[in-house]
Write a protein that binds this ligand. Sequence first.
Ligand SMILES: CC(C)(COP(=O)(O)OP(=O)(O)OC[C@H]1O[C@@H](n2cnc3c(N)ncnc32)[C@H](O)[C@@H]1OP(=O)(O)O)[C@@H](O)C(=O)NCCC(=O)NCCSC(=O)CC(=O)O
Length: 462
Amino acid sequence: MVSSLNIIEVARVTPSNSDSAESLSLPLTYFDLIYYKLRAVERVIFYRIPNVTRPFFDSVIVPNLKTSLSSCLSHYLPLAGKLIWEPLDHKPTIVYSQNDDVSFSLAETNADFSSLSGNEPFPSTELYPLVPALQSSDDSASIVSFQVTLFPNQGFCIGVSAHHAVLDGKTTTMFLKSWAHICKHQDFSLPQDLIPTYDRTVIKSPTDSENKVLNEWRSFTKILAGGKEPANPKSLKLNPSFEIGPDVVRYTLQLTREDIQTLRERLKREVSSSSSSTSSSKELRLSTFVIVYSYVLVCIIRARGGEPHRPVGYAFSVDCRSLMNPPAPNYFGNCIAGCSRMMLTAKMFMGEEGLLAAATMVSDSIEEWDESFAWKIPDFVAYATLPPETQLILVSGSNRFGVYELDFGWGRPDKVMVVSISPGNGISMAEGRDQNGGVEIGLSLKKHEMDSLIDLLHCELK
Ligand SMILES: CC(C)(COP(=O)(O)OP(=O)(O)OC[C@H]1O[C@@H](n2cnc3c(N)ncnc32)[C@H](O)[C@@H]1OP(=O)(O)O)[C@@H](O)C(=O)NCCC(=O)NCCSC(=O)CC(=O)O
């Protein structure tokens, strides 16, 4: 049966103290500008409530979520604002004015909650109706939008679309934890670790780095437009979302702490008996991230198979909050930088020593990291001119965000997913639901490739 979704209402929620709050404006920083045109980051969080009815949804769940969202926005006022680019400014600014609000949609669906929140592959297209659109035009862009969807007698989910020029993964999850905290405890105040800080002076990017990033964007847009100058270089219209074909399926790989330990031991053995071609002079960093990412990277490349010399690459983000001066653990905004290797070949990861090769590269990328990398201007032109068949494995989310702590008062989520991962190349990462050292990986691939990948992922662990 093809499922259907009915939008019940598109409501607006204002911060609870919106009449008294001052207007504010927050300029985008160097880190923010890196993402100013990027498509929204979309998440969906599933809560199972077996006997949930529409009256309970309307009279308890929705009012509680709305009231707590309104209180929470008072701590996170920029989220209710808009991104605008004044004609005389060299970059966009977040502007919040009194009574600004966020979009909060309510919907009801007959989709199968268990299949969408479960661990078997299902069509990726089924997730998209559960996340709201994020409004953007040439003149302005919304910063967040929400959709709460009822699955009668099964549960509900919260869909979130977030503008990546305003929120990175740490900020989005900190906001969601704050909302959940207020909703569950009916307490307006937030614990210290959830209070956002807005001081932009901690981002001491080198002079002119902001202009350089904007120039990179201009060149990128021009290449994508076949060499034509952008008609409106200050347009805030976001890049469109991915086109998802009906043959693309979504799958969540769950690796337990024991699986990760098995891979760790295997890598240790391979290091001690490896040939010099894959070993590095540095000690291998066998963190959970390095092991899991390298493992999935290798399996995805092998599952696609093909020409051994075909181009592949990887890119992941590094949270730079601890590198700022002073360190800014609760910094609101983007404080991440990309770490990537391009123009590798599939062959490097296909053979017996493929896992060790991947782990060595990812480990070296992290070990070499220091503050200077944070200010390295991203080479957008290199991305735009990659051979089109390049398989670039990108990671969203992190195994450090604690998304399964998001308890709004109806228990921990059954599933949390980053919806906006690019089919074929994107993966998402989160810690396992049992919070026992495992990791979840979200994957979106064409069905036949996913079948091969699932076989490989499980077979390699035996
Ligand atoms: C660069 C990294 C990926 C490297 O990861 P590593 O795991 O190798 O390194 P690390 O320093 O984090 O952790 C190494 C070891 O330190 C300890 N450790 C460190 N931090 C910890 C934490 N917060 N909680 C628990 N343990 C922690 C652990 O023992 C861990 O080993 P062990 O692991 O074995 O327990 C990471 O540091 C990082 O920056 N992660 C966040 C990336 C990020 O923000 N992504 C989102 C991008 S925005 C995005 O994608 C959009 C969105 O999400 O909305």
